[in-house]
Each structure stands twice: as structure tokens, then as C-alpha cells.
Ligand binder design. Structure first.
Ligand code: ATP
Length: 613
């Protein structure tokens, strides 16, 4: 191809010199002149997709058709968090691709944004237990996330206090105000927490009081080393909270005002609003003018603010990030516990694929998480477990089972009509108009409904059909592209399953392939075993017993890779007849890509040997 040809503008006006590199300097232009046009042809086709990303699993849709019942039920349970109460734990069940994760994430996003709107402290943490599958890792991940959040809050609080200091400086320099030298501890206490031994403060109801009982007993003490533990006020009485906007939101004091839906504006940073009456009293005695920046803040002097900043800095210093391995689990738990309890808030922990966690490491994590509330002083924890295995609760300790399953929400499979709606919604954003022929969405929906009503599968089909059409430079996606997409997805699945088989299973499968390739039909276990034995010797692998090989054949059958039927041979008893259920050549290629099996040079002699045995 000549340079001239290469630089001919294509249908999109994108070409080497005038399109993509329009803004490049002279040197680049010279380079582009040697462009071979490798991408030009591909770019020239009118793209079918408007926004392919919305068909990918990573995309969280803003609308979830046919899930409003489940979403409303979740919201009804979780709204308790916005009232400062502990929501019941929820277990969500349903087969794969039924929208469990998407719905739960949608609800938690709404919950977090509403909590911000009303300044109610509520945090949602999502953990995928397929990836994070041990108690250590779950607790470490949660601990580090909460430490991060605590640090961010502390930084915000310190920023607010520093702004307050600046305002005081400015005010005093402008007005020659004489600061009051009297001890400031009393007012500073507005930002403090009740004494550790105040019984009111350590029970759950105390959360609606305006204080952190951070200085509770034991090791929690190290999280906040305040010198003002004798605080006598701080609005500790539970009844005080209703309607109060207690809090120096950014200064470390609690935000219960928001919990009651009554405000708690972030702007009140340094205002001790929960104690308005007391502030009024202080004001009368403080002798400060009403427009003084410290008025109604609860701080009497710059020193009180400095002390509070120091405390917050000490708190921040005391947080210790949990390494991903190496600590005793007790210690990880204790750091997690302290991090959660540092602030008054409701925490929702979402454990996706919770069955994987139980399968891998038992129910200790769930046991610990579900009993935390009886020990937490400031915060409350609620758990949402998501699973597609309905039976996993059989393996749980009865106490964990009843605590976790306080509320259960079932996600039924979608039928073809529902899948059609879901695809329709997404396709409006995903494709250019007119890119889909009429039968494409119904066909994708029908294929996916046949599986088990899996929306993920339906979306994959639609995306793959679009990609195949795009590759074929077709202008519209038609039924044939969907059928090809179905085959491709199926093949990809097989390739993935075969690729990840253990070596022994690969050898068994390879033996079956060799027999089929040599025209053997109705293969029996003995024949497979003979070839398998020789293959093992060839590559120096351990030889399993025939009984074990029979088990491996059954496993391949369950994975849908082979078909093994038991047939009666009259007086010779019963035997298994085995045949391959997946495309032979592609499967063989995957097996040979395994470095151990690729050492097998010529298997023909082994197959011949079958007749000798
Ligand atoms: N009602 C719906 N509307 C729009 N998209 C949906 C809907 N339900 C599911 N999806 C989409 O289908 C895909 C799979 O959904 P999701 O991950 O929520 O399934 P799941 O039930 O959690 O499956 P798994 O158990 O395999 O994790 C996602 O891309 C999701 O956006």
C-alpha cells in the first residue's frame, strides 16, 4: 500500500495525517506518513456501539427493571440506619445473574447518599468473599477501610478547627478583643466524650446521646487519648438528642442531630449545637460579644481548640494499618473493632458470595461480626450476606444462622419477557439507533432464559453478538450474530473449564479425545484407563487407580465436558459409554497448551495399544 493510499481520508474523516494526528507537530506528521493503514480499515466501519461499556458486568445500571420489590424490601429494612437504629441483618439468595449484587449496590449507594444528605453517619462496606475468603483477610480489609475513613474524618475535623483558629485570630486582631484567660476545659468538653464509667453512655441507646464513649474501658482507650475525660456535659443524656443538632460535625463530636433527621449541617463544624442551652449560659458568663467566632462553638479559648487538635492528631497516630498477613487474628479483630467504634455511626457490611467464605474458612467471621453489636459502644454493625447457594446456611452455627437470617430476600430467575425488558433498557444506551434488527433482543432473552434466567448471560450474548457484527463490518446485528455469539460464549466457557482442570483430569480427557480422534465410538472406562496409563508413563506422572479414573470421568461428565452413560451389557454386567460433548479440536488445542501435556509427541502408538489390552 502506498503512502498516498494510506493517507486517503476514510469514511469518518480519520486518517493518518488529517484525522487523528491533526493536532500533532511536524515531526509526528512525518512519522505518520509511513502509516500502513493497519487501523484505518477497522476504523472506517460505522461502529455499531454507542457505548459498549454499559453492557459489561462492571457497569452498575441506574435502573433495575423487575427488581423493585426486592429493592424496596431492602430499603425498608435499611432505613433504620438513617434513624440511627441498627438495621436487621439480611440474607439475599438467588441464582447467578439474577441482579443480587447490582440491587444491593444500588440500595447501598442510595443509603450512603441519603445519609450524607441528612448528615447521618452511615457507612456501607462491600466485600467480595470469592476474592477475600478468609476471616483474617475480611477483618483486615474492613479494619483498613475504617481506619482510612477515620483518618479522613479526623483530617476534616482538624481543618475545621484550624479554620476556627484563623477566624479567632482575625477577629481578635481586628477588634482588640481581650481573650478570656480562664480555664477552657469546660467548654472544650462539648467536643468531648462522656466519662468511661457513665453507665448511660455505654449502652446501645446512648448512641442517640451526643457523645462518643470512646474512653470506654480496655484497649479502646488507646484510640483517643484525651486529657478531658471528666467531661460533665456533652449532652450525654439520651433524651437530649431528639431535635438537637449536636454537633461539631467535623470536630469529633457526634452527629446525632442528623440521626434524628434534624439537620447536623456540615457547616456547623465547630458549633456545639447539641448544647445550645448550655452555650447560651456560657455566653452570658464568657463576656464575649455575640459575634465572636467562638460563640456557640463550645470552645472557650484558642488553647482548648489546640488541645482538641492535638487529641485528634494523637488518635490518628494511634491507628495501625493491618498487614495482609502475619498478625494473630485476635489482634486484627481488635483493630477492626476499635476502628469501627471510633465514631458513632451505623455500619452496613455487605458480604457478597458469602457461601465462599463459609466454605473456605467456616463461620467464625460471621460469628464474630454478628455478636459485635453487644460490645460496640458507639457504632452498630449490620450485615448483608449475598449467596447463590441456598444451602450454605446448613453449615452455620445455629446462632449465626438465626442472627444472619433475620430477614431473607429471594431473587427469582428472570423469565424471557423480563430479560427482554432489561436488554431493551441497556440497548438504548449501548447501540447506535437502528443497529439492532427486531429479532435480536428476543433471541438473546430466550437463550438466556433457557439457561436459568441469567441477566449476565443475556447481556454477554448481546454484547458478543454486537462485537461479531462489528468484526464482520455488518451494519446491523442480526439473528445469525446472536447464534454465533451463543456458540462462542459456550466455547469460551469450555476452554476456561478445560484450561483450569487438574493435570490428572486433563490426562483422562486427553485419552478420551485420542480415542475419539481414532474413530473409536462407545468408549468404555477400561479403554480410557489403558491410554491414560501410557500417557502418564510418557510424561512421568503418577498413575491413579482405575477406580479413581472412573471418578474423574464422572467429574468431567458433571462439568458437561464428556457424556458418560451407563449401559447394560446383559450378562457381562453394566459399563459406561463415554463420548466427548465439546468440540474436539479446540479442546485438544487447550490441552496441548499445558506445558506438561505438550511433551506428548505421538500418541498414535498408545491408541493402537488399546487393542492389545
Ligand atoms: N433487573 C436488572 N436490570 C438491569 N440489569 C440487571 C438486572 N439484573 C441484573 N442485571 C445485570 O446483570 C448482571 C449480573 O447481575 P448481578 O451481578 O447483580 O447478579 P448476581 O445475582 O449478583 O449474580 P452472581 O450471583 O453471579 O454474582 C449485571 O451486569 C447487572 O447489571
Amino acid at each position: 500500500m502506498s503512502d498516498d493510499e494510506t493517507n486517503t481520508p476514510n469514511a469518518n474523516g480519520i486518517d493518518g495525517t488529517h484525522g487523528l494526528s491533526r493536532n500533532l507537530g511536524r515531526a509526528e506528521l512525518t512519522d505518520d506518513e509511513s502509516n500502513q493503514g493497519l487501523f484505518d480499515d477497522l476504523l472506517s466501519g460505522e461502529p455499531i456501539f454507542e457505548n459498549k461499556e454499559v453492557l459489561r458486568p462492571s457497569y452498575t445500571p441506574h435502573e433495575l427493571p423487575h427488581r423493585s420489590d426486592q429493592i424496596n424490601k431492602m430499603a425498608t429494612i435499611l432505613v433504620a440506619a438513617l434513624r440511627g437504629e441498627t438495621p436487621s441483618n439480611i440474607l439475599i439468595y438467588g441464582k447467578t445473574g439474577t441482579g443480587k449484587t447490582a440491587s444491593a449496590k444500588f440500595v447501598s449507594k442510595e443509603l450512603e447518599s441519603t445519609s450524607q444528605k441528612y448528615s447521618v453517619p452511615c457507612d456501607v462496606e462491600y466485600i467480595n468473599c470469592e476474592v477475600t475468603d478468609t476471616q483474617y483477610r475480611v477483618l483486615a480489609q474492613l479494619a483498613n477501610k475504617f481506619i482510612e475513613k477515620n483518618e479522613a474524618r479526623i483530617d476534616d475535623r482538624i481543618d475545621s478547627l484550624e479554620e476556627l483558629l484563623d477566624a479567632v485570630d482575625e477577629y481578635e486582631s481586628e477588634s482588640d478583643f481581650e481573650p478570656d484567660d480562664s480555664p477552657s476545659a469546660e467548654s472544650a468538653d462539648l467536643f468531648e466524650y462522656p466519662a468511661a464509667d457513665d453507665p448511660d453512655e455505654s449502652r446501645p441507646g446512648a448512641r442517640s446521646g451526643s457523645s462518643r464513649s470512646q474512653h470506654g474501658s480496655g484497649d479502646q482507650h488507646r484510640l483517643a487519648s484525651s486529657g478531658n475525660e471528666n467531661s460533665s456535659h456533652a449532652g450525654g443524656s439520651p433524651g437530649e438528642t431528639k431535635g438537637s443538632s449536636s454537633g461539631p460535625v467535623e470536630t469529633g463530636a457526634p452527629r446525632d442531630g442528623g440521626v434524628n433527621g434534624s439537620g447536623g449541617e456540615a457547616e456547623t463544624d465547630a458549633k456545639g449545637g447539641g448544647n445550645q442551652n448550655e452555650s447560651a449560659t456560657d455566653r452570658r458568663s464568657s463576656g464575649r460579644p455575640a459575634d465572636h467566632p467562638l460563640e456557640s462553638t463550645g470552645f472557650d479559648s484558642r488553647e482548648a481548640i489546640d488541645r482538641r487538635i492535638e487529641e485528634l492528631e494523637d488518635d490518628r497516630e494511634s491507628f495501625e494499618e493491618v498487614p495482609m498477613t502475619g498478625w494473630p487474628t485476635d489482634r486484627v479483630y481488635s483493630v477492626f473493632f476499635d476502628a469501627v467504634d471510633y465514631d458513632e455511626r451505623v455500619v452496613v457490611i455487605m458480604l457478597d458470595e458469602i457461601d465462599k467464605l463459609v466454605e473456605k474458612s467456616g463461620d467464625d467471621t460471621l460469628y464474630n461480626l454478628s455478636r459485635m453489636n453487644s460490645e460496640l459502644e458507639n457504632s452498630r454493625v449490620s450485615i448483608i450476606g449475598i449467596s447463590n447457594d441456598l444451602k450454605f446456611t446448613d453449615f452455620l452455627d445455629p446462632r449465626v444462622k438465626s442472627s444472619l437470617g433475620e430477614e431473607e430476600i429471594v431473587f427469582p430467575p428472570y423469565d424471557a419477557n423480563q430479560l427482554r425488558d432489561i436488554l431493551q433498557h441497556r440497548s438504548e444506551v449501548a447501540f447506535k439507533s437502528g443497529a439492532l434488527s427486531d429479532d435480536v433482543i428476543p433471541l438473546c432473552a430466550a437463550f438466556a432464559a433457557q439457561e436459568h434466567g441469567d441477566a449476565r448471560r443475556a447481556l454477554d450474548l448481546l454484547r458478543t453478538a454486537g462485537e461479531l457484527a462489528e468484526r464482520a463490518q455488518a451494519e446491523t446485528i442480526v439473528e445469525e450474530h446472536v447464534r454465533q455469539a451463543q456458540d462462542k460464549i459456550e466455547l469460551d466457557r469450555v476452554v476456561e473449564v478445560v484450561r483450569t482442570l487438574p493435570t490428572q483430569s486433563k490426562l483422562v480427557l486427553f485419552s478420551i479425545i485420542m480415542l475419539e480422534k481414532n474413530g473409536v465410538h462407545s468408549i468404555n472406562t477400561g479403554e480410557v484407563f489403558n491410554i491414560y496409563k501410557r500417557l502418564c508413563e510418557e510424561i512421568d506422572a503418577d498413575v491413579l487407580t482405575q477406580r479413581r479414573v472412573t471418578d474423574l470421568i464422572s467429574e468431567l461428565d458433571m462439568l458437561g465436558i464428556v457424556n458418560a452413560v451407563v449401559v447394560s451389557k446383559g450378562r457381562y454386567g453394566r459399563t459406561k459409554e463415554i463420548s466427548l460433548s465439546v468440540p474436539l479440536e479446540e479442546t485438544e488445542a487447550v490441552l496441548l497448551s499445558d506445558s506438561r501435556l505438550s511433551d506428548i509427541d505421538d500418541v498414535q502408538p498408545f491408541v493402537q495399544a488399546r487393542f492389545e489390552n
